[in-house]
Structure formats: structure tokens, C-alpha cells
Ligand binder design. Structure first.
Ligand code: NAD
Ligand code: 89Y
Length: 343
């Protein structure tokens, strides 16, 4: 595989995982970094030995000398930075959430398509080892055709200490975390035709909702529930595990806390250990997410070499982002929302 050189924009909390993962990716490396905050630029530049450092993304792209851009900033800067990369004909990865609005996300997809460059959203949760194990069990027809599912993320983990901006937005859990759970629901049960959502804010110290329950109709006819909470005090904290229940025509599957996958069918019940690998630079409990960062960045590099579309391309991720918009609309109006007209 050719060796690609990349430039990363946004050297904050999560970018450190991306930088570690780029060091492990076969076929790509980061050669330039950018952050408006000189302290973050210094910390990440020194930690990863990157000499080319910029405070201005426009200057970095004008100077060039790299094959792709990896955007790890928060949501409000995504559209301008993706459009800037497209204007330089640079393939681009953009962190979730895609954009502040669906209209922005569509404009970003259109800009990259017009420039003829790939856009991948860093939607890494579907790349987690336990989620891949569930996908493989379905592909191997171990439970027949699934007709019902539950995708559940319920936690009391303090995400605000590492990401203080999460307490400040009018929107919280659906936009930040539920977006991953909705993407997993699409990845496992297929595209969604309509949804109904209810939300709550339990934690008085934050502005947005921290509990959401979403009922999904899938194109296949399957029904699922996506339920997410950062207000759940459990005896054993499950962060950041997504738990899955699926019932199929030939059996059932349960992805349980502790990375245990139980599959029941006519042959009996099998229990699999689907724990993520603890990479040398990773730390518990984040290792599940950290391993998926390496997986998605390796996938990007392989697809950049082959020219094939990525699993979470901009076009694909519009369908996940539409579910986020629809969930907020449904929660506000207390009405079901049809997805087709949004996309
Ligand atoms: P952060 O605030 O810690 O870091 C963002 C950095 O970007 C800051 O250092 C800021 O100075 C810099 N920045 C912002 N705009 C810029 C611009 N125009 N040019 C240059 N630098 C700019 O945020 P974070 O917690 O690292 O989150 C970043 C993104 O990662 C968010 O979109 C978040 O949702 C996402 N995230 C994803 C996962 C995941 O598993 N995929 C996990 C956590 C966070
Ligand atoms: O920002 C979120 C994400 O994408 O994964 C977990 C998280 O860090 C906190 O909810």
C-alpha cells in the first residue's frame, strides 16, 4: 500500500487518540498539525514529534505537502474546514457530529463530491470489536432474519470533566453519543423509515437532554429501540459499552455488559468473549473506543489506496445524522417523524 501523509486539525481531548492510532496505522502518517490554541499545539506536537505546526488551517492547506486532512475539532468548525479541504482537492475525514444542521452536512457532502474527493465521517463505534462480532453473527445467519432489536447505552460516567463543552450545548446526548447508537442500529438492522423519540434532562448542572428513548422502524420491517442515558447509576459502570439485544426468526443474540456475546439458536447457546484489545497506548475504560479509532483510520487508509467508498462516507453518514435531527424534532413535537423527506 502507498504511504499517505496527513494533516490533523484540532489537537484537543480526542485528537490524542487519533494521533496514537495514526502511529499504528499501516500506510499513513501525520506530518502536520493545526490548532488555534498554542498550548494544545505544543503538547500534541511535542508528544508525537510533529515539526510542522500551524495555528491557521487555511495557511496549513495553502502550504500543502500532504495527501489528506483529518478534522478533530468540535462541530461548529466542521463545515468551513471540510469545504476548505475540498477547495484544495484534499480527501478529508471529519469527526462526528457531522455538522450543526442537516443542511450544513448536505453542503459538505456536495462540496466534496464536486471536488471529487472522498469524505469520511469519523463514526468509529461501528468499528468496535463487539459491534463487529454482532455484525458477523448476523452475516453468518446465526439467528436468521432479525425482526426486533434494542441498542442501549446507559451510564453515569462523568464525560464532562474531559469534554466540558458537553454540559453547555442546548443539545447533548442524542447529538454527542446517541448519534453513535443510532449509527450502530443502522449498521446492524439497516436504514430507518420513521422514528419516535422522547427525551429528558435529569442532571440539573447541564443544559441539554441526558436521557433519550427512540423507537425506530427499519426498511426491512424490523423494529428497534435506541435508549441512551448519562443519568444512570449502575452497580458496575458500563461506560462505554453499547449493549445489544436482537431477536431473529431462528434465534436470539445478546451483547451483554462485560463484552459477553450470547447467541441462542437450534444448536443451543454459545457464549463468546468479544473484549476489545487493550492497545499499548490505550487506557480502560476507553480502550473499546480507542481500538475502534485505529480500525476506522486503517479502513480510511485502505480505501484511500483502493479508491472505494468508506463505510461511514459523508453520503452514508447523512442517513445517521438525519436520525439525530428527526429524534430532536420528534421529542419537541411528540410526533413520529418520517426520515425519507429529510435526506
Ligand atoms: P476539544 O475541545 O478538546 O478539542 C478541539 C480542539 O480543536 C481544541 O484544541 C480547539 O482549540 C481546536 N479548534 C477548534 N476549532 C479550530 C479551528 N478552526 N482551527 C484549528 N483548531 C481548532 O474537543 P474534543 O473533545 O477533542 O472533541 C473533538 C471532536 O471529537 C468533537 O466533534 C467530538 O464530538 C468528537 N469526539 C469523538 C469521539 C469518538 O469516539 N468518535 C469521542 C470524543 C469526542
Ligand atoms: O463525545 C462522545 C463520543 O463520541 O464518545 C463518547 C464521548 O466521548 C462522550 O459521550
Amino acid at each position: 500500500m502507498p504511504s499517505f501523509q496527513g494533516a490533523l486539525i484540532g489537537c484537543g481531548f480526542f485528537a490524542v487518540n487519533q494521533m496514537h492510532a495514526w502511529q499504528d496505522v499501516d500506510g499513513a502518517e501525520i506530518v502536520a498539525i493545526c490548532d488555534r490554541d498554542p498550548e494544545r499545539l505544543r503538547i500534541v506536537g511535542d508528544q508525537f514529534g510533529i515539526a510542522r505546526r500551524y495555528s491557521d488551517a487555511a495557511q496549513m492547506m495553502a502550504d500543502g505537502g500532504f495527501d489528506f486532512v483529518d478534522i478533530a475539532t468540535t462541530v461548529n468548525s466542521h463545515r468551513a474546514l471540510v469545504e476548505m479541504a475540498a477547495s484544495h482537492r484534499l480527501p478529508v475525514i471529519c469527526q462526528k457530529p457531522f455538522a450543526p444542521t442537516l443542511a450544513d452536512a448536505k453542503a459538505m457532502v456536495a462540496a466534496c463530491a464536486a471536488a471529487g474527493v472522498p469524505l469520511m465521517i469519523h463514526e468509529n463505534f461501528r468499528w468496535q470489536t463487539p459491534i463487529q462480532a454482532v455484525r458477523k453473527a448476523l452475516d453468518a445467519a446465526q439467528i436468521g432474519t432479525p425482526f426486533w432489536g434494542r441498542f442501549s447505552f446507559r451510564s453515569g460516567y462523568d464525560v464532562f470533566s474531559g469534554q466540558p463543552y458537553l454540559a453547555e450545548g442546548a443539545r447533548f446526548i442524542i447529538e454527542d453519543l446517541g448519534i453513535h447508537t443510532l449509527d450502530i442500529a443502522r449498521y446492524i438492522l439497516g436504514d430507518v423509515t420513521a422514528l419516535t423519540a422522547r427525551t429528558k434532562r435529569v442532571n440539573p448542572a447541564i443544559k441539554g437532554e441526558d436521557v433519550a428513548t427512540i423507537l425506530l422502524d427499519h426498511e426491512t420491517g424490523a423494529t428497534s429501540v435506541v435508549d441512551v442515558s448519562y443519568a444512570t447509576k449502575a452497580s458496575v459502570e458500563p461506560f462505554p459499552e453499547t449493549l445489544i439485544e436482537l431477536d431473529g426468526t431462528e434465534g436470539s443474540l445478546r451483547l451483554m455488559q462485560g463484552y459477553r456475546l450470547e447467541i441462542t439458536n437450534a444448536a443451543g447457546t454459545e457464549i463468546h468473549d468479544v473484549q476489545p484489545t487493550l492497545l499499548p497506548w490505550a487506557s480502560r475504560p476507553w480502550h473499546n473506543i480507542q481500538e475502534s479509532v485505529l480500525a476506522i483510520q486503517q479502513h480510511w487508509t485502505e480505501r484511500l489506496a483502493s479508491g472505494a467508498e468508506t463505510s461511514t462516507s459523508g453520503a452514508d453518514n447523512l442517513k445517521t445524522f438525519a436520525l439525530v435531527e428527526a429524534a430532536y424534532e420528534s421529542a419537541a413535537t411528540l410526533q413520529p417523524v418520517t426520515i425519507g423527506p429529510l435526506i
